[in-house]
Unconditional design. Structure first.
Length: 319
C-alpha cells in the first residue's frame, strides 16, 4: 500500500476512534443534560480552534470569507448538528436504537459517496459492504429487537431523529470532501480550526434558545464541581480528541482516500463504541456481538485490499 494511502487509512481509523468517545459521554454527565455537555464541549472546541488557527494561520492558502462561511456550515452540520441530533435521539429512543441506526453511516456513505473520478469498482466494494452490513446487524440485533418491542410515539421520534443524524453526517462527509477538492492548498489543521471556531459560534447562538426550553440543567443546578468537574473534563477530552483530533484526521483521510473506502473505515467506530460500552457495563460480549465485531473487521480488511488491488482501483461504477 502506498504511503499516502496508508496515512489516510490510519487517519480514518483514528477519526472513528475519536468519534466513538461520544458514546461514552452519557455515562459521566451526572445530573447535567446532554445539552450542557454539548455547549461546554463546543465552546472549548472553539477556544482550542482559535489557538490552533493562530498557530497555523500562515500555512497554506489564506482563508477568505467564503472559506470561513463554508467551514462554519460544515462545523454546524458535521459536529454541532450531528452531536445534538444523536444525543436528542438517545433522549427520545433510549441508548440502543440510535447507535444501531447511526451505525449504518459507513454503508450509506460508501454507496452515496462512491462517485466521480475516485470511485472504487462496485464489484470491489460489494463484498466488504456485505460483511459490514451483516456485522452491524449482528452487533445490534438483540438490543434493537428488545428496544423496538415497546414502540411508542416517543421512540418513533427518536428513530426519525436518528435518521436525521445519518443524513447530517453523510452530507458533511461528502460536502467536506468536495470543499477540500476545491481548496487543494488549504492546510488541514487550519481547516479544522475554522470548522471548530464556526461550530463554537453556532453553539453560542443555541444557548438563548435552549435555556427557556429547560434543556440546560446548568441554569438550574449551577456549577457543582463534584459533578460538573466530570462534565468539564469529558468536554475537554471530546473537544481536543473528538472535535479537533477527529476533524483533522478526517480531513487528511478525505484528501488521501476515495470517499467510498473512507466511509467503510468509519465502521470501526462501531467496534470502538461497542468495546467502550462493554467496559462501562462490566460484561463480556454476547455471541452475536462478538461475531458481528469479527465480521465488521473482516469487511474492513477486505475493503483495505480493494484500495491497492489494481483492478479495484479502476473506476467502473457500472460494473
Amino acid at each position: 500500500m502506498r504511503a499516502p494511502s496508508l496515512i489516510g487509512v490510519f487517519a480514518a481509523v483514528f477519526a472513528a476512534f475519536s468519534w466513538s468517545l461520544n458514546f461514552v459521554a452519557p455515562y459521566v454527565i451526572g445530573p447535567y443534560s446532554i445539552y450542557d455537555l454539548a455547549v461546554t464541549r463546543f465552546l472549548l472546541s472553539g477556544i482550542l480552534g482559535v489557538v490552533l488557527f493562530i498557530a497555523v494561520r500562515d500555512r497554506g492558502a489564506q482563508a477568505t470569507l467564503v472559506d470561513w462561511l463554508v467551514a462554519a456550515w460544515l462545523g454546524l452540520v458535521g459536529y454541532v448538528g450531528y452531536f445534538v441530533t444523536i444525543m436528542s435521539a438517545v433522549r427520545f429512543a433510549g441508548p440502543i436504537i440510535p447507535p444501531a441506526i447511526v451505525a449504518t453511516v459507513p454503508v450509506v456513505l460508501a454507496v452515496v459517496g462512491n462517485q466521480g473520478t475516485q470511485a472504487t469498482s462496485w464489484r470491489a466494494l460489494s463484498i466488504p459492504l456485505g460483511f459490514i452490513t451483516l456485522g452491524l446487524m449482528m452487533v445490534n440485533s438483540s438490543g434493537l429487537a428488545a428496544a423496538l418491542d415497546g414502540l411508542s410515539t416517543r421512540v418513533i421520534a427518536g428513530i426519525a431523529i436518528s435518521f436525521g443524524a445519518v443524513s447530517l453526517w453523510t452530507a458533511f462527509a461528502i460536502s467536506n470532501r468536495n470543499a477540500l477538492r476545491k481548496r487543494p492548498t488549504m492546510d488541514p489543521k487550519k481547516w479544522t480550526a475554522m470548522m471548530m471556531i464556526g461550530g463554537a459560534l453556532e453553539i453560542a447562538l443555541f444557548i438563548p434558545i435552549a435555556a427557556p426550553l429547560s434543556l440546560l440543567n446548568i441554569t438550574r443546578l449551577g456549577i457543582q464541581w463534584s459533578s460538573f468537574g466530570l462534565v468539564l473534563t469529558s468536554s475537554l477530552v471530546l473537544a481536543a480528541v473528538g472535535s479537533i483530533g477527529g476533524s483533522w484526521a478526517w480531513t487528511i483521510a478525505s484528501k488521501k482516500l476515495p470517499i467510498g473506502l473512507a466511509g467503510q473505515l468509519i465502521v470501526t467506530e462501531t467496534v470502538f463504541a461497542t468495546s467502550f460500552g462493554l467496559v462501562a457495563s462490566h460484561r463480556w460480549p454476547t455471541f452475536d456481538e462478538a461475531f458481528g465485531i469479527g465480521t465488521i473487521v473482516c469487511g474492513v480488511v477486505i475493503a483495505l485490499r480493494a484500495l491497492h488491488t489494481p483492478a479495484a482501483q479502476r473506476t467502473s461504477v457500472s460494473s
